[in-house]
Write a protein that binds this ligand. Structure first.
Ligand code: TIU
Length: 224
């Protein structure tokens, strides 16, 4: 059993690597590249690039350590039967979920824009969770997968900090998982929301979880 100490706020943590997983949230072209869902919502997608390099480093290190790696993608069936009407009907009609864009239909499963960016593309053996909502536990088999592998601690990165990362961490915390959010591996279209999104997680003694950084996680994973 490999046990490591990870520096984090509000306190450092001891983690058994066999019972930990890296969860990478929604690093999809639809959120990070022009012409996708993120831009359709009026956002400057270039802001999310900051998380890519740190996540590449943590992903490489997690793979090397043999840790379970799980990727998630937000998106809907082509017939949109799993998309709530009020989610679809938001925004400019030509740029809504299901509308055609330069990367295929916006936020629809199987379209190029729905897929994970090449820099962080899953490799064989890494489960990909397709989720219809912001949280990775809602209407997915993520919890079952984690329980089957006796995972109790999640290292979390991805986009966006205050939306899908925060929602997933809150869902995980209520289900008894200990979440360590890797701050520089997350990003938001709004720098202030990124900062506050992380602050909300670690406030009150770690009300939803802990916040660490990629250098701290790499130091822990790479120490043998
Ligand atoms: N809009 C926004 O900030 N995020 C999302 O819609 N989904 C995720 O965070 N993945």
């Amino acid at each position: 059993m490999s046990v490591r100490r990870i520096e984090a706020e509000p306190s450092g943590l001891v983690v058994e690597l066999d019972h930990a997983a890296l969860i990478i949230i929604d690093m999809q072209r639809d959120f990070l590249e022009p012409g996708g869902f993120g831009e359709a919502l009026g956002n400057d997608v270039s802001r999310l690039k900051a998380a890519v390099g740190p996540l590449q480093n943590v992903l490489a290190s997690a793979r090397k350590s043999g840790m379970l790696v799980i990727h998630t993608r937000e998106g809907h069936r082509p017939d949109l039967s799993d998309a709530p009407r009020h989610k679809v009907e938001r925004g400019e009609p030509a740029m809504r979920i299901g509308a055609p864009g330069p990367m295929g239909r916006i936020l629809v499963r199987g379209e190029p824009g729905h897929d994970i960016i090449p820099e962080l593309y899953p490799i064989e053996g890494e489960p990909v969770i397709d989720k219809p909502g912001k949280g990775a536990f809602y209407q997915t088999d993520l919890e079952l997968m984690l329980k089957n592998r006796s995972i109790d601690t999640l290292l979390v990165g991805g986009v966006t900090t205050e939306v899908c990362v925060n929602t997933t961490v809150r869902e995980a915390n209520d289900r008894g998982f200990r979440c360590i959010v890797i701050g520089d591996c997350c990003a938001s279209y709004f720098p202030e929301f990124h900062k506050i999104g992380l602050a909300m997680i670690k406030a009150q003694g770690g009300i939803f979880g802990w916040v660490s950084s990629s250098p701290s996680v790499l130091a822990a994973l790479d120490s043998d």
